[in-house]
Design a protein around this ligand. Structure first.
Ligand SMILES: Nc1ccn([C@@H]2O[C@H](COP(=O)(O)OP(=O)(O)OP(=O)(O)O)[C@@H](O)[C@H]2O)c(=O)n1
Ligand SMILES: C[C@](O)(CO)[C@H](O)COP(=O)(O)O
Length: 375
């Protein structure tokens, strides 16, 4: 199934105040919108809808990791622009989410995705639990039955073709996409929302979101170590880069000792064992395999648990070949596989002063550390 996520963030956030629109204001050290985007990594292709004035900022923030689309003058116009942009790209299901809801959890998202297996449309909500009044001039003027009333949240999920047609047929002015879907006759399943999935709307919502983030934040540190021996050959593969050498590294896979150490660091941070547990050397299908497969698996496992890689530091220990001329390219390759900016990856090297097996040029060792962050 091909999923897309539309994150609408083209509003001006007038009720939230501040010098910049709320989606660009800082929450626990990152723009609100960065938290929102991170929550959807690994679920499908992401389209972020921005105000035309914010495009430069969006390009700098997301560095090509999401598609950007210009928004319209209302929320529904912004959604429509993104739906039109995705038309013809093979998307089957689409989740539409407010950029201003940065605390959406994987459980809420999965609830919608699961419901979409059998429903054309599904959205999270919470039953109203407080008494409801009407009021005027600071006085209660009546009470309202709360039975059957829900507070609607996002992401709201739909069959792509159905919601695109519904938006095209709608005159505009809807509060959300469920309203648009219902106007087109779609039935919408209610899934479980969360009190934490607040929409930042007023200035005081920032403090509440910070408090919730503080409670949820989980930072993990992982460590990896690997060694491969030399055998006759003409190059070594290190951190995904083929480096000419008068030997190669011996191993069941491509023997990329640097990428293996980093992969093990990620598995370690997740308490998920090591490469051998996930890709047993006894299994012939991994013979000669590109180590990119292992790193990609570890990164996806982290994402599935709600973590993103904060940074990684890889040290290669060898006398030869010289790593310095290739270190930048190695960091770029690792960053591409992981899906983060190269500035978060360090690749460096040291010799062991001719001591030990690396000093005798019998092989190469690598150590790596990685931090994983869940917000
Ligand atoms: N023309 C618009 C208006 C709103 N939104 C987005 O829709 C979401 C929900 O809207 P709301 O919370 O009302 O945001 P704003 O319109 O920015 O807020 P305000 O009404 O206070 O100005 C937000 O992520 C907002 O950026 C949008 O993409 N395009
Ligand atoms: C889409 C929404 O977040 C569902 O609760 C809500 O309708 C947005 O409302 P707003 O008036 O744009 O804040």
């Amino acid at each position: 199934m091909s999923n897309a996520i539309i994150i609408v963030a083209a509003g001006r956030g007038t009720r939230a105040g501040g010098e910049t629109p709320k989606q660009w204001q800082s929450l626990a050290g990152q723009p609100v919108l960065a938290h929102t985007v991170a929550a959807f990594k690994g679920i499908g292709r992401i389209v972020v809808v921005l105000h035309p004035e914010d495009m430069t900022r969006g390009i700098a923030q997301f560095q090509g990791e999401v598609a950007l689309c210009a928004g319209g003058s209302s929320r529904d116009a912004s959604v429509r622009n993104a739906l039109e942009m995705l038309e013809g790209s093979g998307v089957e299901k689409v989740l539409i989410h407010d950029g201003a809801r940065p605390l959406v959890s994987r459980a809420v998202i999965d609830g919608v995705l699961d419901a979409l297996e059998s429903a054309q449309a599904a959205a999270p909500a919470l039953p109203v639990s407080d008494a409801l009044w009407t009021g005027e001039n600071g006085q209660v003027t009546g009470t309202q039955d709360r039975g059957g009333l829900y507070r609607a949240q996002t992401p709201q999920g739909f069959d792509f073709d159905a919601i695109l047609s519904a938006h095209r047929a709608h005159p505009g002015g809807s509060a959300d996409d469920v309203e648009v879907a219902r106007a087109a006759g779609l039935s919408v399943a209610i899934t479980r929302g969360s009190e934490d999935n607040l929409k930042i709307t007023y200035p005081e919502d920032f403090a509440r979101a910070e408090r919730l983030l503080g409670d949820k934040m989980d930072i993990r540190l992982g460590h990896g170590y690997d060694v491969h021996a030399f055998e006759p050959g003409d190059h070594v593969t290190l951190c995904g880069v083929a480096v000419p050498h008068d030997k190669k590294l011996k191993g069941h896979s491509d023997a990329d000792v640097g990428m293996h150490a980093l992969t093990d660091a990620i598995y370690g941070a997740l308490a998920e064992g090591d490469i051998g547990r996930h890709f047993p050397p006894s299994d012939p299908q991994w013979k000669g395999a590109a180590s990119e497969i292992f790193l990609d698996h570890a990164v996806k496992l982290a994402e599935a648990r709600g973590f993103r890689l904060g940074n990684a530091d890889v040290t290669l220990i060898c006398e030869q070949p010289k790593i310095g001329p290739h270190a930048v390219e190695m960091a770029q390759v690792l960053a591409r596989i992981i899906g983060i900016e190269p500035g978060r990856i360090s690749v460096k090297a040291t010799t062991s002063e001719r001591l030990g097996f690396t000093g005798r040029e019998e092989g190469i060792a690598a150590i790596a550390t990685a931090t994983l962050i869940k917000e």
